[in-house]
Design a protein around this ligand. Structure first.
Ligand code: 9MR
Length: 375
């Protein structure tokens, strides 16, 4: 005879098994759905949007990672290996190992490559400070662009020729950043860089790339105005420029809002004849008060959705790249500010988790592609 107590026990065990197998079936279904026609690149492709990611040199040695990015993306960018510092250990010397590995991988898997970047105030070579002077800085810059653009000529979809040249707070004319390039060459370093790049690799789309130019705050509005003025100046000077890169390093839980500012930025870039790429998307959730992972993931995914729905309304936006692939490698966990104040709260900003399984941002990106008008 079976007692009521036994019955309840058996029933709950059976329900538990059912629930577990249900979860497994759901997970398997989801996994199936994310490859092939369910991949980010297929959903993007249907709308004319490239789906991309930044790749670290170390990650590219991992086979599971390789399979995943070949399956999900049709555009890659090197997180660090194509920057001046990582490329050039000594004046005039280059170490191409990591940059070549990414370009070869992309070629093999028919993916496009963004080049990031030629001219930036950060990640300069160790030797730069003691070597570059007002007399030789222009030659150093031009030689560097010619060398790198020349090596990958015809293989790069778009080059970030100059990265982050605007910093209104620096108080320089036209809101230009007081970067070593500005100080050594003067404001014309920008035009020289773009002309050199066009000449060295005429097929690559030449991009200007920057951050904090798209939200509705006053600071972003100032930086946006300076950026648009720079792009307009390029156009009227005949300086070659094809695209604006909006880095899209954004935040959840800080109250930043997107709408009017982003629409204005994109439509004005479009009116100048430029394409727009979201080049380095991720969401920093240090500002979310809740420590619970599920609540934080929801907040991050909601920001992805809102931001992408607004940006992708415009047909000028042709590519979306996240800054990384898996949460385990995100630069956000390595930032000093995060390590000092939030070491126990690892960030989860990317479309794949530590085990390379899709996260809420993965589905948010895919849904936003589906919602976007065809371009
Ligand atoms: O993700 C990159 C990190 O590994 C480097 O240490 C850092 C050095 O400044 O650069 C990071 O990438 C940056 C990109 O090149 C330009 N936009 C901001 C990115 C995040 O800081």
């Amino acid at each position: 005879m079976i007692t009521r107590r036994d019955y309840l026990k058996q029933a709950s065990l059976a329900a538990g098994c059912l629930a577990v197998s249900g979860v497994r079936a759901f997970a398997a279904e989801q996994e199936q759905q994310i490859s092939g026609k369910g991949s980010l690149k297929e959903h993007g492709h249907k709308r004319g949007i490239m789906a991309g990611c930044a790749v670290g040199a170390r990650q590219l040695h991992d086979e599971a990672f390789q399979r995943l990015i070949a399956e999900q993306y049709n555009l890659v960018v090197s997180e660090n290996s194509m920057k001046f510092g990582p490329l050039s250990p000594k004046p005039g010397e280059y170490n191409w190992t990591d940059a070549d590995a990414l370009v070869d991988f992309a070629e093999k898997h028919k993916m496009k490559v963004r080049g990031h970047n030629f001219v930036w105030h950060a990640q300069l070579p160790m030797w730069f400070k003691g070597t570059a002077t007002k007399d030789n800085a222009k030659k150093i810059m031009v030689d560097h662009i010619n060398t790198v653009a020349g090596r990958y000529k015809g293989k790069i979809q778009a080059w970030d020729v100059v990265n982050e040249a605007i910093e209104v707070k620096d108080g320089m004319p036209d809101g230009l950043r007081k970067s070593p390039w500005y100080e050594l060459i003067g404001p014309e370093y920008l035009d020289i860089a773009y002309r050199t790049a066009r000449h060295a690799d005429p097929k690559a789309k030449l991009t200007y790339n920057d951050y904090s130019i798209e939200d509705d705050s006053e600071d972003n509005a100032k930086k946006r105005a300076a950026t648009l003025a720079l792009l307009k100046r390029f156009k009227s000077n005949g300086t070659p420029i094809d695209a604006l890169g909006i880095q899209s390093h954004i935040h959840a839980g800080t109250g930043e809002t997107y709408g009017k500012g982003m629409r204005e930025l994109i439509s004005r870039a479009q009116a100048l004849g430029l394409e727009v790429y979201l080049t380095e998307f991720d969401v920093n959730d240090d500002g979310v008060a809740d420590d619970d992972f599920a609540a934080r993931d929801r907040a991050v995914a909601a920001v992805y959705t809102d931001y992408l729905n607004i940006a992708l309304e415009s047909k000028a936006v042709k590519a979306v790249l996240t800054w990384g692939v898996s949460d385990k490698d995100t630069w956000l966990n390595g930032m000093r500010e995060h390590r000092e104040k939030r070491a126990n709260r690892r960030q989860r900003p990317l479309p794949f988790d530590n085990d390379l399984k899709p996260t809420a941002p993965f589905f948010a990106i895919r849904d936003a592609f589906d919602k976007a008008p065809h371009r």
